[in-house]
Structure formats: C-alpha cells, structure tokens
Design a protein around this ligand. Structure first.
Ligand code: NDP
Length: 251
C-alpha cells in the first residue's frame, strides 16, 4: 500500500530541512526523487547523502518563483524520468516583521516563494500527472495556516492561501485521479526556525510549553505523512490539511 517503486517525486526545497526528510521518506518507499533548490552545491550534497543510503535521487537547480524556471524544471524531470507522479510543494521562506514595517518587496518575496510557487509547479505538473493516469500533490502549510502571529503577516497569508489553493486543486483534479492535500507542520527544528528562535524572544520556551509532545519536531517527523499522502493508501483523501505538530493545534 505504501510502495512507491516506479514513481517519480519532485520535492521543491528538497535539498534541506523538511523537504529533504520528506524526500528521504519517499525514496525509502521506492520513489526516484528529484530535489529542487536554487543552491546547486547544497542540492548536490543532499543527492550524495541519499545515494550513499542506496536511494534514487537527482537534483535540478530552479527558482520556483519564476514561471520559465518552473517550466524548464518540469521539462527536465520528464526528459530524465519520463513521468511525474508526485509533487511536494515545500519551498518556503519567511520575513519576520509586523505588518506596518513590511515592505511590498518583503510581502511579494514571501507570497511568491510560499504560494505562487505552488501554483506554478502544480499547474506545470497537471498534464504529466493526467497523462500518467494518477497524481499526488502535497502542499506544505504551517500552524500559521490556522493561527495568526504578529510578526508573520505575509507568511500567514501565504500559508492560509496554501490550504484554500489545495482545496481548489482537489476539486478541479479529482476527475483526473489526482489527489491534493496540505500538511501543516508544527514547530520543526530547521534552518528556518533556528533563525526564528534568534529573532523572536521567548519563542523556544513558548513552543515547548504549548506543544503537548513537549519537544520541537524534527524533519524526519514529516516523512511518514509524505509517504502516506504520496501512496495509494490515501487515494480517497483529498483537499485536507493535516497537522503534524505534536498536538500544538489542539492544545
Ligand atoms: P528551510 O529554510 O530549511 O528550507 C527551505 C527550502 O526552500 C530550501 O531547500 C531552499 O533551497 C528552498 N527554496 C527557498 N526559496 C526557493 C526558491 N525561490 N526556489 C527554489 N527553492 C527555494 O526550511 P524548512 O525545511 O523549515 O521549511 C520547509 C517548508 O516547511 C516551508 O514551506 C516552511 O514554510 C514549512 N514549514 C516549516 C516549519 C518549521 O517549523 N520548520 C513549520 C511549518 C511550515 P535553496 O536555498 O537551495 O533555494
């Protein structure tokens, strides 16, 4: 049920953090994974790490905020792998400022990276998934798809948008046997949140106090949900937004 042998999975932001952990999970279930990022050296190191574990991986350098770059990315994946079955829209960024201090450039950077990228990649993936007769889109939201934070106006808007975009994809593409779901990670220890811990006073203590599991998540905590949502085990699940948060959102 969880076997992904013969499947090609593209993971944006797959060269580190949550993306790499999800890619590793998909590859361990048999998929060939394509890691996408702007930093070619970081991607090459991630590919080597996966290959050293006997997993099938390669990388494509792309900026997922750029329409032409995304088109070239999908073309390259099809050229190398012949098909695309699984898309994980994981690339993301944050600029932490209160709304009154956020420039339009800051706003656009966050919206383009977190939301527009998912639109561009999903749109480009539709034809190959339809041609394959099935597809899985996994969009990465956040606790800020649900909650507000004073220092994350653009991030929250982008992550709320991801959930609604996922619902649109799910309804539009159900007839093509393509399921689209969102994953809402809780507080996960990565480069992104290491910066947040430095920038937001008391964040570490608040996260620990508020999370029933009593710890920060680690990237491998996200591998299981990625495999589940990429596999036939989830064929009747679409349009959902699933928290993976140690209980943060229900406490
Ligand atoms: P990281 O900063 O570790 O990873 C972000 C990834 O996105 C990098 O691999 C980066 O690669 C890639 N990326 C950023 N911009 C672009 C771009 N324009 N084109 C291509 N790739 C890009 O963050 P996390 O692993 O923490 O975050 C992954 C996702 O999970 C994000 O969507 C984030 O919002 C979400 N998330 C994280 C949480 C956490 O607690 N860590 C909580 C909730 C959600 P490169 O630099 O090579 O371009």
């Amino acid at each position: 049920m969880f076997d992904l042998s013969g499947k090609t999975a593209l993971v944006t932001g797959g060269n580190g953090g949550i993306g790499l952990a999800m890619a590793r999970g998909l590859a361990r279930s048999g998929a060939s994974v394509v890691l996408v990022g702007r930093d070619a050296a970081k991607s090459a190191a991630a590919v080597e790490a996966l290959k050293a574990q006997g997993l099938k991986a390669d990388a494509v350098e792309a900026d997922v905020t750029d329409e032409g770059s995304v088109q070239r990315l999908i073309a390259q994946v099809l050229e190398r792998h012949g098909a695309l079955h699984i898309l994980v829209n994981n690339a993301g960024t944050n600029i932490r400022k209160p709304p009154q201090d956020l420039s339009l450039e800051d706003w656009n950077t966050v919206l383009d990276t977190n939301l527009t990228s998912a639109f561009l990649c999903s749109r480009a993936a539709h034809a190959p998934m339809k041609a394959a007769g099935a597809g899985k889109v996994i969009n990465i939201g956040s606790m800020m798809s649900i909650f507000g934070a004073p220092y994350a106006p653009a991030y929250g808007a982008s992550k709320g948008g991801i959930v609604q975009f996922t619902r649109s994809l799910a309804t539009a593409w159900a007839a093509d046997n393509i399921q689209a779901n969102a994953v809402l990670p809780g507080w996960i220890d990565t480069e992104l949140t290491r910066k947040a811990r430095d920038q937001v006073q008391g964040l570490n203590e608040r996260v620990l106090a508020r999370t029933p599991a009593g710890r920060w998540g680690v990237p491998p905590d996200l591998a299981g949900i990625a495999v589940f949502l990429a596999s036939s085990a989830s064929d009747f699940i679409t349009g959902t937004a699933i928290p993976v948060d140690g209980g943060y959102s229900i406490a």
